[in-house]
Every structure is written in C-alpha cells, then in structure tokens.
Design a binder for this molecule. Structure first.
Ligand SMILES: NC(=O)c1ccc[n+]([C@@H]2O[C@H](COP(=O)([O-])OP(=O)(O)OC[C@H]3O[C@@H](n4cnc5c(N)ncnc54)[C@H](O)[C@@H]3O)[C@@H](O)[C@H]2O)c1
Length: 324
C-alpha cells in the first residue's frame, strides 16, 4: 500500500515525505518542480515529475502504483501573484485537485488529506481574543484563499457522493524547518522577511502598532513545519481507520504571537539588534488570527509540541544555508 504525496518536493511536502518514509511507509511523490526542489528528496524516494494538470500522467501514477491514500500538498501559494493572475490560480489549484480527485475516483482510492489553509477564513468576524473554530464562516479575501476553499468544496461534494474520505487541514502560519536543508526558500512570510531585511542591513517594518492587541501589533498562530508533518501522518491514519466524510481541521498551536514578540525572538536567536520601523496598517490584516485546536486533539490525537524559539532557531539555521 502506497501513499501518493503531491507537492512532495515543496517546503512542507518534503517534511511530510521524510517523516512518512522514516515511519516505514511506501510512497511516491508527484511534483512539477515549479517551486519544489528535487534535492529535498532522498535518493530512495520515487519522484514522478509532472503537473497535476496532465490528467493522463496523473492517472498513470495510479495505474502503476497500488495507491491507498493521497496527501495533496501541490499548489501555487503566493497571495500577491494570485491577485494578479486569478485565472492561473484557478487553473493550477482548482484544476489540479479536480484531476487528482477524478483519478482517485477512477481507481477507487478513498483516503484523502488535503492542504487547505487558514486563508479560507479571510478576515473572520470574531470578537478580539476569540479563537477561530472550524465553524467560523469561510470568506476568503484573495484568489489564493478562494482556490483553497474551492478545493474543500469539491472534495466535500465528492465525499458526500460517497466516493472519498477527506481530512482538510487548515494550516495557520507555517514556519521553521525540520532540518536546515528542508527550509522554506521563499521570502513571503514574516520570519524570512525579517531575516532578509536584517541580512541587507535594514530594519523590518511593523505594519501597524495600534491594533487592539496587548502590544498593538498583529497576532498570528505560528506552527512548526515539523509539527505540521506529524499532523499529516495522524490525519491520514485518521482517515484510513474511520469514515469522517469531509472534515475540516485547524492546524495551529492555539497560541498567538504578536509581530513584536516574533521580532524579539528573532533578535534573541540571531543576536542582531532589531529596532523596527513602524508602518501603516495593511489593508485586510486582521488584528488576531489564532486557531481553536480542540478538533485536531480530539480527532487526530495531535497537538503542536514545538515553540516559537524552536521555529525561529530552525528557520535561522535554514536561512544561513541559502535561499532564493
Ligand atoms: N507555507 C504556508 O505557510 C502554507 C499555509 C497554508 C497552506 N499551505 C498549503 O500547503 C501546501 C504546500 O505549501 P508549501 O509552503 O510547501 O509550498 P511550496 O511551493 O514549497 O510547495 C508546493 C509544491 O507543489 C508543487 N506544485 C505546484 N503546482 C503543481 C502542479 N500543478 N502539479 C504538480 N506539482 C505542483 C511545487 O513544485 C512544490 O513542490 C500548498 O497547498 C499551500 O497552499 C501553505
């Protein structure tokens, strides 16, 4: 029995692949290497280099392997790019999952773990201090988040029609590295953005210090990518042994960290003094986004175990190895 991991050469996917392999799973990776890096995969991992948009190639993977479950991480994930090229994001993210689910249906494969995102919630209308539950209404505010939600809508419909069993993992802010070689290579999230500024001898910008939070900066829920990898294994085992229909599950820590707290941790870990520039608030930035994580504990028996220091330390080790 083999797990198919799409996007397995990507930042998060490579952590999932490594953990699945070390826990004795047979697996095959499908990745078009559009942002993935093949050297993230050990030599004994089979990589099928193709796009999910090529449905003949996707079906061939199912023909040639005894796939028992699919962990679907492949997607385009740049919010800004999605605003400029929404049609491309629909084609890649929605077209990709559509081909994949059709191939699963054709081959009678039922177990599905989907990389969703907290981006499906958009700017949730919750009282300050309240946690985001899976019942919080989904209202994405950019095309990227909308495509992640479309993937949920389609997989839910296919679960309801009796075809598949789905755990849709709504990740909050993913950061860190399981080992330095697997780190995130792109500069789109707070931690690498700050590293990048510091490396160029500049100070990072804090977008708004007048939110109604304890120190005025925005609060987010940062989850270590290695904890996230653990959650994927737990999610696939959950889907394999039960019949959840379609279940969306938040993957976070349940603890928020403010931008100033992250900066203080970065200063501590790197030893580089930080005196941030205070900028204007950014449009569409909610004051706080923190996951209610009761469902992941209850259904998956999973909770995060690594703290902000572990996230920043491992991310810094990865950054020092090189980035794009
Ligand atoms: N990184 C985050 O903070 C975050 C947060 C929430 C959700 N997610 C989701 O997690 C998943 C993985 O994200 P990541 O951070 O590892 O990104 P990544 O860009 O490092 O990995 C995505 C992988 O998918 C591959 N890919 C993209 N389009 C493909 C296609 N059409 N066919 C085949 N392969 C394709 C890429 O080559 C890459 O290896 C994505 O679905 C993303 O939406 C990420």
């Amino acid at each position: 029995m083999t797990w198919l991991i799409t996007g397995g050469a990507g930042y998060i996917g490579a952590h999932v692949v490594e953990l699945a392999k070390s826990s004795g799973r047979n697996l095959v990776v499908l990745d078009d290497l559009s942002s993935g890096i093949s050297s993230r995969l050990r030599n004994d991992i089979e990589l099928v280099e193709t796009t999910l948009l090529d449905s003949a190639s996707v079906n061939r993977v199912f023909d040639e392997h005894k796939i028992s479950g699919v962990l679907h991480l492949a997607a385009k994930k740049r919010v800004g790019e999605s605003v400029e090229r929404p049609d491309y994001y629909w084609q890649e993210n929605v077209g990709g999952i559509q081909n994949l689910l059709s191939a699963m249906k054709t081959h009678g494969v039922k177990n599905f773990v989907y990389s969703s995102s907290a981006a499906v919630y958009g700017q949730p209308d919750v009282l300050f201090g309240a946690l985001i539950t899976e019942e919080t209404p989904c209202a994405p505010i950019n095309p990227y988040g909308a495509t992640k939600l479309e993937g949920e809508v389609l997989s839910r419909a296919m679960a309801e029609s009796g075809g598949i069993k789905v755990a849709a993992l709504r990740y909050f802010n993913v950061a860190g590295a399981g080992r330095a070689e697997l780190g995130d290579q792109y500069i789109f999230n707070l931690v690498p953005i700050v590293f990048d500024a510091l490396e160029r001898g500049e100070q990072p910008i804090v977008f708004g210090n007048d939110y109604s939070t304890s120190d005025g900066s925005c609060i987010r829920d940062y989850v270590h990518v290695q904890d996230l990898a653990d959650a994927h294994i737990a999610a696939m085992e959950f889907v394999e042994k039960s019949d959840p229909g379609f279940t969306a599950i938040n993957i976070g820590t349940g603890q928020g960290a403010s931008v100033f707290e992250v900066l203080a941790m970065i200063q501590d870990v790197t030893g580089i003094s930080i005196d941030p520039i205070i900028g204007e608030r950014r449009k569409g930035d909610p004051a706080a986004l923190v996951a209610d994580v009761r469902l992941s504990k209850e259904l998956l028996g999973w909770q995060s175990s690594r703290d902000l220091r572990a996230i920043v330390t491992s991310a810094w080790d990865a950054w020092k190895l090189g980035h794009k």
